[in-house]
Design a protein around this ligand. Structure first.
Ligand SMILES: [Zn+2]
Ligand SMILES: [Zn+2]
Length: 64
């Protein structure tokens, strides 16, 4: 699943789309790392805080 978030990228200094890269640590959908699609900067997010802003019915809250 490609979940896209719009966050402020400190590298681009603007709003950018962020997507979850393939997780190599086995976190799956719980992986807190997303990367800017423009510059690749990775940021950690708190899914419990952003899930209510995600479009559609993303059932991350129960995916623990
Ligand atoms: Zn991960
Ligand atoms: Zn960026």
């Amino acid at each position: 699943m490609a979940l896209t978030l719009v966050l402020h990228c400190t590298h681009c200094r603007d709003e950018r789309d962020f997507q979850q890269p393939p997780c190599v640590d086995g976190h799956g959908l719980d992986c807190p790392e997303v990367a800017c699609v423009e510059c690749g900067s990775a940021v950690m997010v708190s899914w419990s805080e952003v899930v209510h802003e995600a479009e559609g019915s993303v059932d991350l809250a129960t995916a623990v």
